[in-house]
Design a binder for this molecule. Structure first.
Ligand code: NDP
Length: 237
């Protein structure tokens, strides 16, 4: 019987590419996103179901979970929704800080929490959260993004101890710079005069042609996600 993956943030980039990758492997895919009506091409796949989900909306996490499990068992949950922030912490607002934590970290935690009983009753399942190379190393001006991704790593590590004994796997995938809409959609914090020289130097390196031309394809990350979903291995370091 075909397996099923539930994906958050499947409207573009890695999430969308992974929905197509798994669908082409014969999986059933529940592709969730904030505005499903705008992503009509995924709807052309008969094994992809589109459902609405903003991962910062606690009530919608519950209702989308109910709809998803009413369609059948879920085998893999991919916490992919997320975005970047670039700029000096001094220039950010509280609202911006809350929004990125709510999306990149709390979104993944809340979606995972909702699915744990389902996996426990099924005596198995795999949670994968898209972390980042930025969850392992740190650069200046990405502090909020790093905070969310390092937190995802620590949270996953602890959850692996908690869940693996129930036969449930939980792991992260850490892409490097990947060719998606990520840079265009990242929140760019207004430049702050105290950091002008440093920030200019940073931009020259991070947004150089060399970096832009060496981005990985989203499909490459999808391949790694597929491996993580099917290798049967737990993540405990
Ligand atoms: P994209 O911007 O192409 O995709 C991000 C996705 O997240 C979009 O579908 C977006 O939906 C969705 N999203 C954002 N906020 C929410 C929300 N509140 N609820 C639901 N969905 C939301 O970028 P990527 O594909 O690159 O990013 C996917 C993941 O990969 C992210 O977690 C990112 O941090 C991570 N990553 C990316 C890297 C890169 O270089 N591209 C490197 C390392 C990690 P919408 O269309 O509604 O905005």
């Amino acid at each position: 019987m075909a397996k099923t993956i539930f994906i958050t943030g499947a409207s573009s980039g890695i999430g969308k590419s992974t929905a197509i990758y798994f669908a082409n492997k014969g999986w059933k895919v529940i592709a969730t996103m904030r505005n499903p009506q705008t992503v009509t091409d995924l709807g052309e796949y008969e094994n992809i179901t589109l459902l609405p989900l903003d991962v910062t909306n606690v009530e919608q996490i519950k209702s989308t979970y109910e709809k998803a499990v009413s369609l059948g068992n879920i085998d893999v949950v991919l916490n992919n929704a997320g975005y970047g922030t670039v700029g000096a912490l001094e220039g950010t607002t509280d609202k911006e800080i809350e929004q990125v934590v709510n999306t990149n970290l709390l979104g993944a935690i809340r979606v995972t929490k909702e699915f744990i009983p389902h996996f426990r009753e099924n005596k198995g399942g795999v949670f994968i959260t898209i972390s980042s190379i930025g969850g392992l190393v740190a650069y200046p001006f990405f502090s909020l993004y790093h905070a969310t991704k390092w937190a995802v790593e620590g949270w996953t590590e602890s959850m692996a101890f908690e869940l693996n004994r129930l036969g449930i796997q939980i792991k992260t995938v850490q892409p490097g710079p990947t060719k998606t809409d990520f840079v265009g959609r990242s929140l760019v914090i207004p430049e702050h005069p105290a950091y002008d020289d440093f920030f200019d130097g940073f931009k020259k390196v991070f947004f150089s042609d060399e970096v832009i031309n060496s981005l990985a394809a989203a499909e490459t990350v999808s391949e790694v996600i597929y491996e993580a979903a099917t290798d049967g291995k737990n993540q405990l370091r």
